[in-house]
Design a protein around this ligand. Structure first.
Ligand SMILES: [Fe+2]
Length: 238
């Protein structure tokens, strides 16, 4: 399986704290059947001041450490971009690492605040689309506005955004509201990928297999395969 959203790179955000923890997380992922992970530290102006220049050296050191430790996991780097006015500048200065490509567009992992969808979010998405950047909205099923009212996501579906569900939501570990919305995204065919959004060993480990099995039962094997193999391959080019 391929996991497109994870916080394994050490010391850049609220994910892994040390290289040793990163490597432990990588071993858990491999044991779960994950072959490739895209590492997506938070790019959250005012909180986690990351961009390509801060992520790249940590990424290269981690990639080398995986080789040195003979851990059979390939990795690539991107970032989880918090929706904010600063995104405009980061994009204009080519400081945002993308997940890959979808058709002829660059794919950006874009995160709304958990509490709501800020007014003007649709305008920012339109601005990105005009620059050939296609947002993949991170874990929409956990956003409180969307948990209250699924219709809140319609404008983003209509604009052609991609959607990433979090594995733990699909199996109910982010509450029943999140699980219900995750099921609706699956049943409506809106989900592009399921990813771990792994942060740590204890509470948010890099495990995809349970949600993959759960998704098979809901939408069938072929559609579930698209979420952890087909679509991630298309985006990463693997
Ligand atoms: Fe994340």
């Amino acid at each position: 399986m391929i996991d497109l959203h994870s916080h394994l790179l050490p010391g850049l955000d609220d994910g892994a704290r040390t290289l040793s923890e990163s490597l432990q997380l990588a071993r858990i992922a491999v044991a779960d059947g994950i072959e490739h992970m895209t590492l997506t530290p938070h790019i959250h102006p005012g909180r986690y001041e990351n961009d390509i220049s801060t992520i790249q050296p940590i990424f290269e050191a981690f990639q080398q450490a995986l080789k040195d430790e003979f851990i059979p996991l390939t990795v690539s780097m991107a970032g989880e971009v918090r929706l904010s006015a600063e995104v405009l500048m980061l994009v204009a200065e080519n400081k945002v690492p993308f997940l890959g490509r979808w058709d002829d567009k660059n794919v950006m992992l874009l995160e709304f605040p958990h509490s709501h969808i800020p007014p003007g979010s649709d305008k920012l998405v339109r601005w990105l689309l005009d620059r050939n950047i296609l947002p993949m909205i991170a874990h929409p099923e956990r956003n409180k506005d969307i948990v209250r009212d699924l219709d809140m996501i319609f404008p983003f579906v209509e604009m052609g955004c991609l959607f990433q569900l979090t594995a733990m939501s699909v199996v109910g570990r982010f509450g029943m509201g999140g699980r219900q919305r995750a099921l609706e995204f699956l049943q409506r065919g809106w989900a592009t990928v399921i990813a771990t959004d792994a942060h740590n060993i204890e509470y948010r480990p890099p495990v995809l297999s349970e949600s993959y099995i759960a998704a098979q039962a809901i939408i069938g094997e072929n559609a579930a395969n698209d979420l952890v193999y087909g679509n991630p391959r298309k985006i990463t080019g693997l």
